[in-house]
Design a protein. Structure first.
Length: 218
C-alpha cells in the first residue's frame, strides 16, 4: 500500500488511507528513521515507512538503509507496482534494519580540532601497532576518516582508514574495527575465511560488532 503527498506523486503512485490490509491501524514508523528527503511512503510489516525514491538510468532496483532512513533507487520508467512488490518482498529486512538504526545512540561527539585529531591518531595508531602482528600484516599507511556512514575501510594498496570517532568509543568496540580493517589486508571480502581470521584475534567479535552498531555516527 503506497502513499504520496500530492495524491499521485511524482512517480504516479496512488494515494491510500493509512490502514493495513487486516483492517487495523498501521503504526507510523514510531522509532524508525524517516528519510529527510522522503517522497513516498509504504506500509511494511505494520509500519508506515516514509522513504526517498530516486529515479536514474540504472538497470535494477536498489535499497539502502542508513541512519537517515530508507532510500530506494529505481530505473526511469519502472512502474510503481513493480517497486511496491519489490519492497514488500524485502519488508522484513527493511523493517529490521530501520529498527536497528532507530535504536542507535547518538553520542555528543567532540569538535574535531587539530589537537583532538592528533590525539585520536596516537590512540588508533597504538591499536593498529598492537593488532597488526597478530594478524600477520603491516599496513602501508593509516589515515583518519571523518566519514558519517562507516567506521573504517581498507584498500588493496595496504592503506587502512579509521574514523577518528573510534578514539572516543569503548576500547573493545574500537579494537573490533581495527582488527576488521587489518584483516582485510589479507582477505579483501567478507567470506568465511575473513571472519575466521577476525575470530582468531577476537573470538567475541560478533558481540563487539553488535554493540558498535548501536552507536550512531551522526
Amino acid at each position: 500500500m503506497a502513499f504520496a503527498a500530492d495524491g499521485r506523486g511524482g512517480d504516479g503512485c496512488p494515494r491510500h488511507a493509512d490502514a493495513n490490509p487486516s483492517g487495523g491501524a498501521a503504526s507510523h514508523g514510531v522509532g524508525l528513521p524517516r528519510h529527510p528527503r522522503a517522497s513516498q511512503s509504504i506500509e511494511l510489516g505494520g509500519h508506515i515507512i516514509a522513504f526517498e525514491l530516486r529515479r536514474s538510468a540504472r538497470r535494477s532496483l536498489a535499497l539502502h538503509v542508513g541512519p537517515q532512513g530508507l532510500s530506494v533507487r529505481a530505473p526511469h520508467g519502472l512502474p510503481w507496482p513493480e517497486i511496491e512488490a519489490f519492497l514488500h518482498r524485502k519488508a522484513a529486512w527493511i523493517v529490521r534494519h530501520l529498527q536497528r538504526h532507530g535504536q542507535r545512540v547518538a553520542p555528543a561527539w567532540p569538535e574535531p580540532t587539530p589537537a583532538l585529531l592528533a590525539q585520536a591518531r596516537v590512540v588508533l595508531a597504538a591499536r593498529v601497532a598492537h593488532f597488526a602482528p597478530l594478524l600477520g600484516v603491516q599496513p602501508r599507511a593509516l589515515r583518519l576518516s571523518s566519514a558519517r556512514t562507516r567506521w573504517g575501510s581498507a584498500s588493496s594498496r595496504g592503506t587502512i582508514a579509521l574514523n577518528w570517532r573510534l578514539a572516543f568509543v569503548p576500547a573493545p568496540l574500537a579494537d573490533y574495527v581495527v582488527v576488521h580493517e587489518l584483516a582485510h589486508l589479507r582477505e579483501m571480502h567478507h567470506g568465511p575465511a575473513f571472519w575466521a581470521l577476525v575470530a582468531q584475534v577476537l573470538p567475541d567479535y560478533a558481540e563487539r560488532r553488535a554493540a558498535l552498531r548501536r552507536i550512531a555516527l551522526v
